[in-house]
Write a protein that binds this ligand. Structure first.
Ligand SMILES: [Zn+2]
Length: 323
């Protein structure tokens, strides 16, 4: 809902993309060798190849999720894929990342071999993100999930969830790194800075928010300040969001289940009481006719970046006498 940017994290994650491309090139190169099964039978083969390749490191082959879920067999499976398939998948990786970097989220979901899906989802995104030396030695910067969130919040001067504007993301544990296009469906863009947006818990999960759902056509907060396109109304004590004629916006509302979220009793009553308090404070001793709407909206805007509820309060001010 709030327009955001992610330039600070972009500078780090672009270098991470170089590591992933390097991995793809090596896998393609190994896949071409007719005696690859014999080569792989030598336990040191992959380690030696990783050592020789820029941005890779043999230690990457020892990062396992568990005794049953190890990276080395997964990589062996990948390099044994058909070269044509690997080349096609690398092209898809480059294409999808280019589109999302240009903030186009209307991508067609494509098929990927399970082993590639898994290495992106479970290793490149989930596991590697938390390994300090990958960042300090391969990417040459200190980097953690928590730094991703801090960079994002500081760059945008925004401490509420940019999806819903109802919950804060100020505490690191409230903030999830949400994949705008879910990593289960678009694993190749799981590390793209313009597919990652810190969100509140409710927005991140399927029951209350978007979860792993997608809609098309769609825009994200990286494209527009979506809140400016929403129209909130007040009727019989309920907060409603009008149907939007722009499909990109209507799909965003539906994807995040914003109508239900704003109708939720605790959210509804918090909005109404916040607006009443803010309005009576702004009015103070003044006569109603001296009330300056623009100053009030500026105040709501600045407060909103910390506490939320900016867009809804702005629209509901016209109903203040009923509220
Ligand atoms: Zn949210």
């Amino acid at each position: 809902m709030w327009q955001v940017n992610n330039e600070v994290n972009k500078t780090v994650l672009i270098s991470y993309g170089v590591l992933i491309s390097s991995f793809f090139r090596l896998a393609i190169q190994i896949s071409k060798q007719s005696n690859k099964s014999t080569l792989l039978a030598d336990g040191d083969f992959l380690s030696n190849e990783f050592k020789k390749t820029a941005y890779l490191d043999a230690r990457l082959l020892t990062i396992n999720i568990s005794a049953q879920d190890q990276i080395k067999p997964l990589i062996e499976e990948i390099v044994c894929l058909n070269t044509t398939i690997l080349k096609e998948q690398f092209e898809i990786y480059k294409y999808q990342n280019k589109e999302v970097s240009n903030k186009n989220y209307n991508l067609v979901q494509l098929q990927h071999p399970d082993c590639l899906k898994k290495i992106f989802k479970d290793y490149f995104y989930t596991k590697f993100f938390g390994i300090d030396w990958i960042w300090s030695e391969l990417i040459e910067t200190e980097y953690t999930r928590s730094m991703f969130k801090t960079n994002f919040k500081e760059e945008n001067k925004l401490y509420v969830c940019s999806y819903c504007d109802t919950d804060t993301i100020s505490n690191a544990r409230n903030a999830w790194i949400e994949h705008f296009l879910p990593k289960s469906k678009f694993p190749f863009i799981s590390c793209n800075p313009f597919n990652l947006i810190p969100s509140c818990t409710a927005c991140n999960v399927a029951g209350s928010g978007k979860g792993e759902n997608i809609k098309n056509p769609i825009v994200s907060q990286y494209n527009r300040q979506i809140g400016d396109y929403l129209e909130f109304e007040y009727e019989d004590g309920e907060i409603l969001i009008k149907n939007n004629t722009d499909d990109n916006i209507e799909n965003f509302i539906e994807l995040l289940k914003l109508r239900n979220r704003y109708k939720e009793e605790s959210v509804n009553s918090r909005i109404l009481s916040t607006l009443k308090i803010n309005y009576s404070n702004a009015l103070g001793q003044k006569n109603k006719n001296d009330f300056n709407k623009d100053i009030f909206f500026d105040f709501l805007h600045d407060m909103g970046r910390n506490n939320g509820l900016y867009f809804v309060q702005k629209d509901l001010l016209k109903y203040i006498d009923e509220i």
